[in-house]
Every structure is written in structure tokens, then in C-alpha cells.
Design a protein around this ligand. Structure first.
Ligand SMILES: Cc1cc2nc3c(=O)[nH]c(=O)nc-3n(C[C@H](O)[C@H](O)[C@H](O)COP(=O)(O)OP(=O)(O)OC[C@H]3O[C@@H](n4cnc5c(N)ncnc54)[C@H](O)[C@@H]3O)c2cc1C
Length: 422
């Protein structure tokens, strides 16, 4: 017990609860780290504390399939207690501050916790409010505005496409980084195919803030051709800044000129940012992401702090697939430095993957690493849209996530993990 405050003669005190390993965030990265630390025998569950305010865990990659009519939303959500490792310590209040000099964490409910090792895994926050009017039209069930970046609005997207009777569909993409940078265009190809099959006359327009369709030249070439064949019009350097009744307003990124475009359906993607407490705690890079070494995942200043996933500064595309490749490296390095006083190994080379649905039956699997270098697992299937890759993504990955990943057994493309690997 430690005194923390005095006021008019009264002494307030707070218990500082200690854990060997604190993990902030029980999303894909936080769960995977906890499960692998326990599975590998490095820590007992009671010595690990996860900070996670959300009652539900989401398989977010499934939301593209929800919006695209390929999956029921119920299959993408599970109560948190069903996915957390058994007997792990949990705090359900959001973290508001880290004091890295004192190895302390503060939570919204006033709690103070200490740690030996800390993993920051808070993801990236979606902010629909940054687009004027967006939230209002998303929440209005009668308005033709939706987004797969939220499970409720993904359900709405599915309904809107199902009921669509023709006209202009606009799809947008905000400034990068965002989670799964391929998702804003996956929903185009899925919707395009559904409407085509129903014979609905539609004009599809893709408005991107960036200047290219995809960051890796090989896939950019394939996707450019695909858009040409499907008559999807791409508009680059156009940022959605406001939504009005059936009107979207874009800002040209070069000239700052505003342009109004009418729509019959709008699919928008929210701007995304790291949690503010990371930068406020002195742990962020210039953009506020947890500043870690790109190959070891160790914080650049504090050697007992680690980060992975969407909230980290790792300069790769933010995906669950990347998390699967990052987790074993982080676990190994945390244990090496903490328990054996060895240097961390620069084992992560930026692997990430983006399975891009190109229709209701085919998919282009993009896999790459740092500097947009290709890092393909099945090269013969990855130069074209593939039916096999479609089924891998639609049928196998959700099972792998819920049955294998949350138990720490999924090693990404290395397949099943056999423990004691670190
Ligand atoms: C529409 C869509 C499609 C996608 N498609 C794919 C795909 O096809 N393939 C793929 O690999 N990836 C895909 N992704 C990306 C993937 O879901 C993310 O990259 C992955 O979930 C990142 O894991 P994370 O743990 O870093 O973040 P998250 O899984 O988002 O978890 C972050 C957790 O931190 C918690 N948290 C936040 N702030 C605090 C705080 N202050 N205190 C405590 N806890 C906090 C949150 O509640 C959350 O549970 C997609 C994402 C979306 C939205």
C-alpha cells in the first residue's frame, strides 16, 4: 500500500497492483501475446495482466465479408471472457497513462498498476467524426451511407447493396495508415460482383486520398487492370471531408480545391489514429505510434516496453497477419532480455499480408515485407485472382482465428506452433 495524495488532513491511498507482464489491449495482438507467453511456459496466467475495456472481442477481418454478404456478423464477435486465457488477470478499465520511469500504468477508474515488462497493443482508433456529417448519416438507417470499419455499419452496407436499385456508388479511402489498407477496395469488388449478378446498372467510383491504388507495384498493376476491366473509376488524391444528403465533398490533396459529388450509396472509411495516451506518456514516434525498433519490437528508449500490431510504429501494413508474424519475435525477445539478459534478435522483417477479395468467388493474396518487397507463400497462385485463395480467406482463416490464434497456437504462415519455441 502506498500513499498517493493528501487533502485537508485526509490521506488517500491506493494499492498498486503488480504484474510481471502487463499487456494493454486484448485485441488480436494482446490476446496472441498472452496466449503464447502462457503456452510457451514463460509465465503463469496470474502473473500476466491484460487491460481491456471492451466486453466483446472482434474478428475485424470478418467485417469485410459481412458488408460483402459473405458472412453473418455474429460469426465476427465473441464475449471477451470466452477468448481471454483462463485465469489471466484482467482490468476492464481503459489505460489513460503510462509512467515508464516508474514502470506504472494508470487507468480511467483511478487504478495504478506496476509491471516488470509492458506490451502496448491498443490497435488504431477509428474516428468517423473527422469527416463532417459522417456519423449522422451512418447512424440514420434510412440514409445510404455505410462502412465496413464498424460491425453495425458493415451490416448496413450488406443491406444497402442488397436493396440497391442502381446509380452512383462512391467508395472512399482516408489518409494512410489505416488498418488493412486493402479493405476499402475489397468492398468495391464484392459489391460490384453482387450488383452485376443482379443486373443492376451501377457506376462505381473509388476516391482515394493516396496517389496509387496499392503500395506494392506488382499488385498495383493487377488491381489497375482489374478496375479497368470492371469499369471502376479511380480518383486519386481525393480526400472525403464532408457528407451531406446524397452529396460527398472531396478535397483535392494537391490544390486543396473542394468538389461535390452526388451519390446513391456511399461507402466510407474513417481516418485512424493511435491512442493519445501513448504520445502523452512520452512513448510515441512523430505520429504518436508506440516507437519500437522495426526488427526487435523493443521500445527505442525503454528496454522493458514492447509494442506490436496496429498501435506500433512498425513501418508495415497494419494487419492481423502482420501481428501473427510479430508475436513470436516479441515473445522471444521479451524473454531473452528479461530472463536471460541477452540482446534482442532482429527477427521481424515486416511480413504482412492482404487478402483482396476481387469478386464473390475469387481473391488476390498480397504478401510483402518492409520496403514493399514481395514475400509470397504461394507464388503460383499470387499473380492472379484465385478461387483457392478465396476459400483460404473465407472458410479457413476465421476458423484458424477463433480456434487456433486465440489459444496461441497459430504461427501465421508457419502453420501450427509447437510450444517451447522461445
Ligand atoms: C474492415 C477490416 C478488414 C480487415 N481485414 C483484414 C484482413 O483481411 N487480414 C488481416 O490480416 N487483417 C485485417 N484487418 C486488420 C486487423 O483486424 C488488425 O490489423 C488487427 O486487429 C490488429 O490487432 P491489434 O491487436 O493491434 O488491434 P485490435 O485488434 O484493434 O485491438 C486493440 C485492442 O486494444 C483495446 N484498447 C484500445 N485502447 C485501449 C486503452 N486505452 N486501454 C486498454 N485497451 C485499449 C481495444 O479495445 C481493442 O480490443 C482488417 C480490419 C478491418 C477493420
Amino acid at each position: 500500500m502506498q500513499k498517493i495524495n493528501c487533502f485537508r488532513g485526509f490521506t488517500f491511498s491506493a494499492i498498486k497492483i503488480h504484474s510481471q507482464i502487463a499487456i494493454i489491449g486484448g485485441g488480436t495482438a494482446g490476446l496472441n501475446i498472452a496466449a503464447q507467453l502462457i503456452g510457451d511456459g514463460h509465465a503463469i496466467p496470474q502473473q500476466i495482466r491484460i487491460f481491456e475495456p471492451s466486453k466483446m472481442h472482434a474478428y475485424q477481418p470478418g467485417w469485410t465479408m459481412v458488408g460483402g454478404g459473405l458472412c453473418n456478423v455474429k460469426k465476427t464477435l465473441k464475449p471477451m471472457e470466452q477468448v481471454l486465457p483462463k485465469n489471466i488477470s484482467v482490468s476492464d478499465s481503459a489505460v489513460t497513462k503510462i509512467n515508464p520511469q516508474k514502470n506504472e500504468i494508470e487507468t480511467q477508474d483511478g487504478g495504478i498498476y506496476t509491471y516488470d515488462q509492458l506490451v502496448i497493443a491498443t490497435g488504431i482508433q477509428t474516428n468517423f467524426d473527422q469527416i463532417k456529417g459522417a456519423q449522422k448519416y451512418l447512424d440514420d438507417l434510412n440514409s445510404p451511407v455505410a462502412s465496413i470499419y464498424n460491425y453495425k455499419y458493415a451490416v448496413k452496407m450488406n443491406r444497402l447493396v442488397e436493396e440497391f436499385e442502381g446509380g452512383n456508388i462512391l467508395y472512399t479511402e482516408p489518409p494512410l495508415p489505416i488498418k488493412c489498407a486493402g479493405a476499402p477496395q475489397k468492398i468495391i469488388y464484392l459489391s460490384h460482383d453482387r450488383l452485376n449478378k443482379r443486373g443492376i446498372k451501377t457506376h462505381h467510383h473509388f476516391y482515394k486520398t493516396a496517389g496509387v491504388i496499392f503500395g506494392v507495384p506488382k499488385y498495383a498493376e493487377i488491381l489497375t487492370e482489374l478496375c479497368k476491366n470492371k469499369q471502376i473509376n479511380c480518383h486519386f488524391k481525393q480526400k472525403l471531408v464532408e457528407v451531406q444528403d446524397h452529396i460527398a465533398i472531396f478535397e483535392n490533396q494537391d490544390t486543396k480545391e473542394l468538389k461535390s459529388v452526388t451519390f446513391d450509396l456511399l461507402h466510407l472509411v474513417p481516418p485512424q489514429f493511435p491512442a493519445q495516451f501513448i504520445a502523452q506518456s512520452g512513448l510515441g514516434d512523430s505520429a504518436g505510434f508506440a516507437h519500437v525498433h522495426p526488427n526487435t519490437l523493443q521500445h527505442v528508449t525503454y528496454k522493458n516496453i514492447w509494442s506490436l500490431g496496429d498501435c506500433s510504429s512498425l513501418p508495415t501494413s497494419k494487419t492481423a497477419a502482420a501481428v501473427m508474424a510479430q508475436t513470436p519475435v516479441l515473445v522471444k525477445n521479451l524473454i531473452r532480455t528479461w530472463k536471460y539478459k541477452l540482446d534482442p534478435i532482429p527477427g521481424y522483417l515486416g511480413y504482412t499480408s492482404c487478402p483482396i477479395f476481387t469478386s464473390q468467388t475469387k481473391l488476390l493474396l498480397a504478401e510483402f515485407k518492409y520496403n514493399s518487397e514481395l514475400d509470397e507463400t504461394f507464388p503460383i497462385f499470387q499473380s492472379n485472382e484465385s478461387r483457392l485463395m478465396f476459400h483460404l480467406k473465407k472458410d479457413f482463416f476465421p476458423i484458424a482465428y477463433w480456434q487456433i490464434m486465440v489459444r496461441g497456437l497459430w504461427g501465421g504462415r508457419d502453420g501450427l506452433r509447437f510450444f517451447k519455441g522461445a
